[in-house]
Design a protein around this ligand. Structure first.
Ligand SMILES: [Zn+2]
Length: 365
């Protein structure tokens, strides 16, 4: 039976956590020195390793024989904690409302000693979704934590947490991963799985993951099952069904340089590779919107959530393009997306829009 890549390559030790050395190094030091805090806050985008790190940490602080700070996986405690029904690592998903009751009566429950481990660990995922009363219960416990209790709060939206909670926790910020780090990780996995993949395909898969390991592996998963393990660029494009950042930026850049011929030929390339023209139009429109954000917003990098490599490309084009031109493209492509629903020839409609972008500019000058 084929096992999902994400599950199969779920990290088992701190060394397996990809690209968050600034966090794992500190956690390993704490384990080795026995200097454990009672509350941790793991923040960052989805798919960056927060929950995996929490689970490894929960085992490592209890392991009888940790290996370089990571759980040994073999001792009595590690084996007990590997059982999903164990009572000492309690995972609560605040987003699904699952076991939120558990948080409410957490003050009662924390009095009980762990069953087989030294610490009882509560991992609360998407903690920003807790209700006010649940937060209050949590806060009271964080104020006077029993010695045998450790909380790991994980969230993608730290700004929604009460300051009183944040100030009680040791905070770690998980970063989106750079393309090069993701690519190295994917290459290692594909080599182990004996899956062949060319350089262009690696780049496309990595780019569409936008810095998230989990997204990358689930995209890779889809492509592997589509191709049967012999991956080519065309197939990747088929599966992704969208144009990539580079193409979009080149199209918008060509429009700004009034090189409509280049823009149309890029569009033709997308069409020949089997792209859906509605998606292409949406992608161009999205690209223009992202350029506006990159040009005008102080915290553009956070808003866009791109990796450094992709963000730099956006900034470098946004710098050159006049904001009025971007606003014009935005309007033109927004109406194109509406018209496309009724269009008999989507390609002609998009080409006309491209010409509009250029003509309008000339009228203005
Ligand atoms: Zn162990």
């Amino acid at each position: 039976m084929y096992q999902a890549l994400y599950r199969k390559y779920r990290p088992q030790s701190f060394d397996d956590i990809v690209g968050q050395k600034h966090i794992t190094t500190t956690l390993v030091h704490q384990i080795q020195s026995g200097n454990i805090s009672h509350a941790y806050l793991f923040t960052g985008s989805r798919g960056t390793g927060k929950t995996s790190t929490a689970k490894i940490f929960a085992k490592a602080i209890n392991c009888q024989n940790p290996q370089n700070g990571s759980p040994c996986g073999e001792c009595e405690v590690c084996r007990a904690l590997s059982d999903p029904n164990n009572m000492d690592i309690v995972e609560i998903d605040a987003a699904s409302n699952n076991r939120v009751d558990e948080v409410r009566d957490i003050r009662e429950k924390v009095k009980f000693m762990p069953v087989s481990a030294k610490y009882k660990v509560y991992i609360i995922d998407e903690v920003h979704m807790l209700t006010e009363s649940a937060f209050n219960a949590l806060l009271k416990t964080l104020e006077e934590p029993p010695k045998h209790i450790v909380f790991i709060l994980a969230t993608t939206e730290v700004q929604k947490l009460p300051a009183t909670i944040i100030s009680r926790c040791m905070r770690f910020d998980f970063h989106l991963l750079d393309d090069s780090v993701l690519k190295t990780h994917l290459k290692r996995i594909f080599e182990q799985e004996k899956i062949s993949c060319d350089e262009d395909s690696y780049s496309l898969i990595v780019k569409s993951a936008q810095g998230s390991v989990r997204d990358m592996l689930s995209i890779a998963e889809g492509i592997v099952s589509y191709t049967g393990g012999n991956i080519t660029k065309d197939q990747v494009m088929d599966v992704l069904g969208t144009t990539d950042h580079d193409t979009n930026l080149e199209i918008v850049g060509s429009l700004y340089q009034k090189d409509v011929g280049r823009a149309i030929s890029l569009l033709d390339g997308a069409k020949k590779s089997g792209k859906n023209m509605n998606i292409v139009a949406k992608d161009i429109s999205q690209c223009v919107r992202d350029l506006i954000v990159a040009k005008t917003c102080q915290d553009a990098k956070d808003i866009l959530g791109f990796t450094n490599d992709v963000f730099d490309k956006y900034i470098s084009l946004a710098k050159d393009i006049d904001i009025n031109a971007l606003m014009k493209y935005m309007k033109i492509f927004s109406s194109v997306i509406t018209e496309l629903k009724f269009a008999l020839s989507p390609t002609v409609l998009i080409e006309t829009a491209m010409i509009d972008c250029i003509l309008d500019d000339e009228k203005k000058n």
